[in-house]
Design a protein around this ligand. Sequence first.
Ligand code: AGP
Length: 633
Amino acid sequence: MCGIVGYIGTQAASGILLEGLRKLEYRGYDSAGIATIWEGKIQRVRAKGKLHNLQSKLIGQEMPGQVGIGHTRWATHGKPEEHNAHPHADMAQRVAVVQNGIIENYRELREELKQLGYEFVTETDTEVIPNLVAECLNQMQRSGESEQYYSPFTEAVRRVVNRLDGAFAIVFLCVDYPDEIVVARQQAPLVLGFGQGEFFCASDIPAILPYTRAIVPLENGEMATLTPLGIEIYTFAGNRLKKHPHLLASTSLTMEKQGFKHFMLKEIYEQPSVVRTGLEAYINRHWTSESTSNPISLGLPPEIYTDLEQIQIVACGTSWHASLIGKYLLEQLAQVPSQVHYASEFRYAPPPLTASTLIVGVTQSGETADTLSAITMEKQRRANQSAPFRPRLLGITNRMQSSLTRLMDCAIDIHAGIEIGVAATKTFTAQLVAFYCLAIDLAYRRHTLSPTQLEQLIQQLWQLPAQIESILETQERQIEELAHEFAETQDFIFIGRGINYPIALEGALKLKEISYIHAEGYPAGEMKHGPIALLDAKVPVVAIAMPGSVYEKVLSNAQEAKARDARLIGVTPINDAHAAEIFDDLLPVPNVEEWLSPLLTVIPLQFLAYHIAARRGLDVDQPRNLAKSVTVE
Ligand code: AGP
């Protein structure tokens, strides 16, 4: 996690760095800091907590310099205190660095430096890095070494990054080389931006987008030197690389709340348009059972489909929940055996290799370290195998310029637009749309649904944006009032079955991550095998009970909870008299086919979590201990 940014050019660096950090704050907000070089010295200002603390500290304080680096932190090593905040400097204050990642061998490196007389003032893994560069520069100076192709500073960084184990992106400053920034990437994102006489680097594109659309993403094992004259890129082995910047399409990137109290609320309200955009991108809405072409056009290469026998999906968090629904659709609509894995577990216990398997990586950010590592491992595992075992890799992501898309053979863009709230909402529904499209695409190719069934499904899908709109328009006030009754509640249980079981998991995750209330999602039928012991009058139970194959069963399970005094809240179809008798409170949604119901049933649960957290006065968009993009394993 952590967001890093660097600037070199002719403008005052500090303002550009702060604005860049504002765009990167979703990556961590335990502390923030910037450093510039001015009058031969490193100027460093850091503050514990969110970026506004750093901004307040800078009021009335001069921070000159046209070269600088900035950091917003998600703490890994060392408490979120000011002394552990980046940028970190070497003992002599000559070199400053910001880092995103983890240096796994920092203990050995620190011991080595201590033997040489270096002293450390933080508990971070990062502090070894500027000291190693300083030591390397000293050694090069003592031995009279000079580099012909690049500066001693770049050479010192090159030698140091070759000694670091782990995943990292680092930006370096050195007072002896005030016209240079050096950067290095190993399994953590870093993009370079090319302006007119000014150059940028950052963990993510939005930080540099106000200044340039010409970018080069660095790859693993690559480093670069930025000067006011341009950027040179090298491998860690020191070989120069020729890379041409590509121009990003000019899309509007709205990062404002637009009148909503929180980004999360705005993003909940964006869902009708996000779902519509996804459908428009991939489904022919005029398709009928008479049509002779595929209703879906995902633009994937034919090899993805050839002799497909199995799908393995890897993901984390909310993307994992979307994938569980994806598995349901792929198996039930297209009859493709599918498995969903937590990416963080897959790497250490991969399933036995199966032939003709499609690996699907699902990550809205495209930068989740666990997901990227799992896919990298699987790609390597399959690379040397014979034909049916070779890797075929499909990504589902909201960031087509991410590390994920560079790793995969192809990707489906979920077109959700940037999501700022740490709790995923619109990207979840957008991922579901991608899975519906993939499942229908496969069902058409494998003839597992009749043309009439396909036509009905497509027509019903197109009604969903308006149905989501109707929930947003009619339900928020009522859910807000209900939420106020739960501001002091300590535990919640969410239950669902079949395709709505993952919605129970997602409802529980939304509640716990932003309200800090303990919540569990269970398959409704599993409650009686143990968790029902948790129930009493103090533990509300939210049941998702939509008509279809499991409706009666879920209602029975809900009644079993009621018999234990639990207060029952039902996500049920509008005007369902039977449900009205059973539940204490109703969160009604339009009555749709069971297949499609997750796209509706999740909406009241997002509102419920949001309003409980808001009522508790919590920071909904930046909940404690979390970050939007989890780039450490
Ligand atoms: C969701 O609300 C989360 N904050 C989190 O679980 C997230 O879904 C997870 O970290 C995966 O992120 P990704 O989709 O960017 O890979």
